[in-house]
Design a binder for this molecule. Structure first.
Ligand code: AHR
Length: 516
């Protein structure tokens, strides 16, 4: 009798084991299709505002600095951003853009007027980093500039002159001025934002008022070079302000616009954002909930755009996104300087997968911000720099730039906390040059690993390699004494057999597989 009971118990236990194994195994299918969109490299774009130590004391240390520099911009930063394959850089704001008068930032540096940074700490700037400095930096980075023009406190003429100054290749008042200032050839700037957050720091406008103003400004934006088609970006909604997108799509004629923007930050609570490094399990989960909202925002803004633009001629661009926490203790609250942990790597991996999977409508995105501000990819302290976990995710994901999306399907297991749940797994895939297959996988669950089984029979994969970003604790980060606590390591535990890849994705990890 006892033996029968024992065997029954063993059987029950084995069945339970089998069941729980089946529960945690995720079947992933890839659907390569010639009709799938290209993942624009510009989804991997960045943002540099005159804010805190992003420009001054970040990028720009001045030509007289002992830190090795190119025309005042740190060479170590230039090298790191080239290595990360930065495709575009948005400048000079942000809120700063609608206070910026570009003519104050050209000509002899000693003669330039100062500007007080109204939005960020009230500091006085000497305008030593201006249009030439920014556009020369973009050339050094081999990245495309994206200039945010001043609609909030500027004029139509000032805006139109700026375009003539940087793009006109003949004899004209602004091209002549540019040449006097030492630059013969135009820079051919394609991406132009018409104001920033026009509903807020960009002028507290209504959508109706802004769309009229947009039409006026866009009318005088001339493509002087005849080689560069201007790409005009309307200042977009924040998060779920769908009415803003609807009014813009309805009121702005299609021949005046190339893209509508969207801003969305992963912030738990604007009144209580919490520490960047010392956060609880609940706060971690709340940040992931907030970051995952990007899926909903993009889906719903795109649905509105589909009504007015079914041919998808107008792009949706998320030109500000990222995690936002309390500033580091003891730093200027107006400078938005925060550390960057594995939590930020989770935000980055998940959000970039969302952008990739919406590649049909989302053609550009700009992480806020490149250096020393919000979810930065680089932090500086004196002559030292560190590359953050977010930097590593951006670099790992660079394989997707301009590759063709491969749609994926899977039923994600749930990441549960305090009665709420989120999909634990996030995946996107693409096919790049020489038919290389790229699969980026994120497990945001901070406790459980998940077994994945990826069906790649439709793709001719013979060799597999991978890079993984993981750590012991979700709060782990790189600091100036330990700059390499978190760096990607080679991952060779994925098994490829009979057209199926099987692997275990550790808790809070980002993995990028390359197959060919
Ligand atoms: O990125 C910081 C600020 O956030 C930007 O200046 C503004 O556009 C947004 O509110």
């Amino acid at each position: 009798m006892k033996t029968i009971q024992k065997s029954l118990l063993t059987l029950l236990f084995l069945t339970f084991l089998q069941f729980s194994f089946a529960q945690s195994s995720v079947d992933v299918k890839l659907y390569p299709s010639e009709k799938a969109p290209q993942i624009s490299k510009h989804i991997y774009g960045h943002f540099a505002e005159h804010l805190g130590r992003c420009i001054y004391g970040g990028f720009y240390v001045g030509e007289d600095s002992e830190i090795p520099n190119l025309e005042g911009v740190r060479k170590d930063i230039i090298a790191a951003l080239i290595d990360m394959k930065i495709p575009n850089l948005r400048w000079p704001g942000g809120c700063f853009a609608d206070t910026y008068h570009w003519k104050d930032g050209i000509g002899n540096k000693a003669d330039r007027p100062t500007i007080v940074n109204q939005w960020w700490g009230g500091v006085t700037e000497d305008n030593s980093f201006g249009t030439h400095d920014f556009l020369n930096l973009c050339e050094a980075l081999n990245t495309e500039p994206y200039i945010s023009g001043n609609i909030g406190s500027g004029t139509v003429r000032e805006f139109a002159d700026w375009i003539q100054y940087v793009n006109h290749d003949g004899v004209s008042p602004m091209a002549d001025l540019r040449k006097e200032n030492g630059r013969e050839k135009p820079w051919d700037v394609r991406f132009w934002g018409l104001g920033n957050e026009a509903w807020g720091c960009g002028g507290h406008m209504t959508a109706e008022y802004y769309s009229n103003l947009y039409r006026q400004y866009a009318t005088y934006m001339t493509d002087w070079s005849n080689t560069t088609d201007l790409y005009r970006v309307a200042s977009g909604a924040s998060d779920g302000n769908y009415n803003w997108t609807e009014v813009l799509m309805k009121n702005i004629p299609k021949n005046l616009i190339e893209a509508v923007a969207l801003h969305s930050y992963s912030v738990i609570d604007w009144g209580n954002k919490g520490s960047a490094t010392e956060f609880s399990e609940t706060q971690y989960f709340q940040t992931m909930q907030r970051a995952y909202k990007m899926e909903e925002y993009i889906t719903k803004h795109s649905a509105i755009m589909d009504v007015y633009d079914p041919a998808k001629r107008i792009d949706l661009i998320v030109d500000e996104w990222g995690g936002w926490y309390d500033v580091e203790p003891g730093t200027n609250p107006g400078f938005l300087y925060q550390q960057n942990t594995m939590r930020d790597a989770m935000i980055a991996g998940m959000t970039l997968n969302i952008f990739n999977n919406h590649a049909e409508r989302v053609k550009m995105a700009n992480l806020a911000q490149t250096i020393n501000v919000l979810q930065a990819v680089i932090l500086t302290e004196g002559e030292k720099i560190i590359l953050t976990p977010t930097y590593h995710v951006m670099k790992m994901y660079a394989v997707h730039q301009d590759a063709q999306l491969i749609p994926v399907s899977y039923d994600s297991p749930l990441f549960e906390k305090n009665g709420d749940s989120l999909p634990a797994i996030s995946i996107s895939a693409s096919q790049g040059p020489k038919n290389q297959i790229n699969i980026s996988l994120v497990n945001i669950d901070d406790k459980k690993s998940h077994t994945l089984s990826i069906d790649v029979r439709s793709l001719n994969i013979k060799n597999l390699e991978g890079l993984i970003l993981k750590s012991k604790s979700i709060q782990d980060h790189n600091d100036f004494d330990h700059p390499e606590t978190i760096t990607p390591i080679e991952y060779n535990k994925a098994k490829l057999k009979n057209g199926t890849i099987t692997l275990d994705l550790p808790p809070f990890s980002v993995l990028v597989l390359k197959g060919n």
